[in-house]
Design a protein. Structure first.
Length: 190
């Protein structure tokens, strides 16, 4: 398909300049699903992918309306480059927001040494998420991690108490952390 396939010919009711309008329906049908897949891969969120696809198609439509695309055969590449550019902008924005929030959290003590309310909310939400993830583990995994991380049990003594070797304890700990990682949806094993 070429650009001409996406452009409606002027109808009898067209303005005096004979301008052509982009057939948004054809453009949408051809690229929307592919842009959603690209957005899901790059952005990791269906909502962000939908926003990106819509924004990309609007920008492409505007570029076609303004006749900024000189080579009609370059339309697919133009669409995907536009989408990639929007994805990069979105990821940069996320990164800046996350860095700003982390910086705010690090400097979250006021003059009297009391944490700001935002830090408390973040910490409280994180503890709630970890509690739920721990509840999804087996009682053996939960007890092992509790002994090692909250009661500061000596691994050698804990292995002896459980009647297993130190190596077996390390393997159980690693597997329990992997299951916790899966429950949290992140990598906590390192």
């Amino acid at each position: 398909m070429t650009e001409e396939d996406y452009v409606r010919q002027p109808s009898e009711g067209a303005d005096d300049h004979g301008s052509e309008a982009v057939d948004r329906d054809v453009l949408w049908r051809r690229f929307h699903a592919r842009l959603l897949i690209l957005g899901m891969r790059r952005l990791g969120s269906r909502a962000d992918a939908v926003d990106m696809a819509q924004d990309a198609l609007q920008r492409v439509t505007k570029a076609l309306d303004e006749e900024r695309l000189r080579d009609p055969n370059a339309l697919p590449a133009f669409v995907y480059q536009t989408a990639l550019h929007i994805c990069q902008q979105s990821l940069r924005k996320r990164y800046r927001e996350r860095r700003a929030l982390e910086g705010y959290a690090r400097s979250s003590l006021d003059e009297s040494g009391v944490p700001h309310a935002l830090t408390d909310l973040i910490d409280e939400e994180r503890r709630r998420v970890v509690r739920l993830a721990l509840q999804s583990l087996s009682s053996d995994d939960r007890e092992l991690l509790e002994q090692l991380y909250t009661r500061d049990a000596d691994p050698e003594e804990l292995a002896e108490r459980l009647g297993i070797s130190s190596g077996a304890l390390r393997v159980r700990k690693h597997r329990a952390l992997q299951r916790l990682s899966a429950a949290l949806g992140e990598d906590v094993t390192q």
